[in-house]
Write a protein that binds this ligand. Structure first.
Ligand code: NDP
Ligand code: HSE
Length: 402
């Protein structure tokens, strides 16, 4: 029998406890032994809860209990989560977590400490919610030369974009819905400004390279500037708007970016709606594979945490290798990356736009938007596009095309 503690009894933590309760037979069978939930650490009490007697408020109770084999950290934030996890690993207690902010900032250090103390640090739920993408990269695809990963990596923003597009609901209303459903981060700026997708992109890029890609080096843009007018134009173009995390390997390193993209409807990523995430991985032998599932929410995320918990118990008293190292990765200059760009300007500046972007632009019209001139550029590098875009005297918005 193994004994575990869950740190943080919120959306994900209560989900972990629920999975252990509801699927106890399946969990025991996969782990090869019983798993007993010994403690739940939280700031609050939970009177009337089935597990109220397991709730403690002092981490020392858990760290000083020699019976504890694994800690599932689902509190979120950098501190005290980092200190708690570091101390647990130093005592040889394995840790699994859904805390991507922590993994993106301190993952390599925690993996190193786990290795030094012959225990494990796993973080499947930190990317793609319930999608088993990290385990897939670390095991099934480890032999592939992976040259690109493109994904919808944030459930909250995908939920918002879907509802804005399909139901024409306003941004603030639909963000509140996502918060009520337990999808959003404690500070929802992390979702809507793209920081959460950025951290997930950094984790994927780090695993892909076996080096450390700092989230601070990833160019990131969120969805706060997307309007109903953008969706109207997207409809005319036969496209959808999605927030993507993108990693492309080239000879000089990696191109990485988080940004909203226009995606043709025939691309399967365009059909990923609501809280679902999808990640397309391209390997040299395998070609494209796509992984799809709920990217946020209690049960799906908890399922991924429990998968790590089981893996740890199956490999008790040994270290599970996750290919997350602290050698800094080389990122290449995004300026050289080439796309087509969709641009909106005031109609009075059509001539100026044509002069700057040339005769190959494709005009885009929408019966729902007035007073604008909108077009799609030819293929152009990020650097050249930005130089020209800043010369536009009445630019309104732009979006990249996938
Ligand atoms: P919640 O805010 O719902 O839960 C966090 C819980 O931890 C709360 O009960 C909170 O108590 C408690 N807590 C916070 N600080 C401490 C502390 N110092 N000691 C003890 N307990 C503490 O967050 P989520 O469950 O949504 O998220 C948890 C983590 O999982 C985050 O890192 C998040 O990014 C990640 N995640 C979340 C997903 C989701 O869909 N929600 C999906 C994937 C990952 P109190 O409320 O009283 O502050
Ligand atoms: N806030 C995150 C999201 C939770 O919406 O994707 C899952 O990581």
């Amino acid at each position: 029998m193994s004994k575990v503690a869950v740190l943080g009894y919120g959306t994900v933590g209560s989900g972990v406890v629920e999975v252990l309760d509801v699927n106890s037979a399946e969990v025991e069978e996969s782990a090869g032994e019983k798993i007993e939930l010994k403690y739940i650490l939280d700031l609050r009490d939970f009177p009337g809860d089935k597990h109220q007697d397991q709730v403690v408020h002092d981490i020392e109770v858990i760290l000083n209990d020699p019976e504890i084999d694994v800690i599932c950290e689902t509190m979120g934030g950098l501190e005290p989560a980092f200190t708690f996890e570091k101390r647990a690993l130093e005592k040889g207690i394995s840790v699994c977590t859904s805390n991507k902010e922590l993994v993106a900032a301190h993952g390599p250090e925690l993996v190193r400490i786990a290795k030094e103390h012959n225990c494990s640090f796993l973080f499947e739920a930190s990317v793609g919610g319930g999608i088993p993408i990290l385990r897939t990269l670390n095991t099934s695809l480890r032999h592939e030369k992976i040259d690109s990963i493109t994904g919808i990596l944030n459930g909250t923003t995908n939920y918002i974009l879907t509802k804005m597009d399909k139901d024409k609901i306003g941004f603030a209303t639909v963000l509140k819905e996502a918060q009520d459903k337990g999808y959003a981060e404690r500070k929802p700026e992390a979702d809507i400004e793209g920081y959460d997708a950025c951290r997930k992109t950094a984790i994927l890029a780090s695993l892909l390279s076996g080096q450390y890609v700092s989230y601070e080096d990833i160019e990131t843009e969120g969805i706060t500037k997307i309007t109903q007018q953008d969706f109207a134009y997207a409809k005319s173009l036969g496209m959808s708007i999605k927030l993507l995390g993108m990693i492309k390997k080239n000879n000089s390193g990696f191109f990485t970016m988080v940004s909203p993209f226009l995606i043709p409807l025939e691309n399967p990523l365009a059909l990923v709606n609501e809280v679902f995430n999808a990640i397309v991985v391209h390997g040299n032998m395998l070609g494209n594979t796509m992984y799809y599932g709920k990217g946020a929410g209690k049960e799906a995320t908890a399922s991924a945490v429990v998968a790590d918990l089981i893996d740890i118990i199956v490999h008790k008293k040994s270290h599970i290798d996750v290919n997350l190292n602290d050698i800094p990765a080389e990122l290449s200059d995004n300026g050289n990356y080439v796309h087509r760009f969709f641009v909106r300007v005031d109609e009075s500046t059509e001539d100026e736009a044509r002069e700057l972007f040339g005769s190959n632009i494709e005009i885009v019209e929408s019966s729902e938007v007035f007073g604008e001139f909108a077009f799609v550029t030819d293929l152009i590098s990020e650097k050249d596009f930005k130089t020209k875009y800043t010369k536009l005297s009445k630019a309104k918005a732009f979006l990249r095309e996938l």
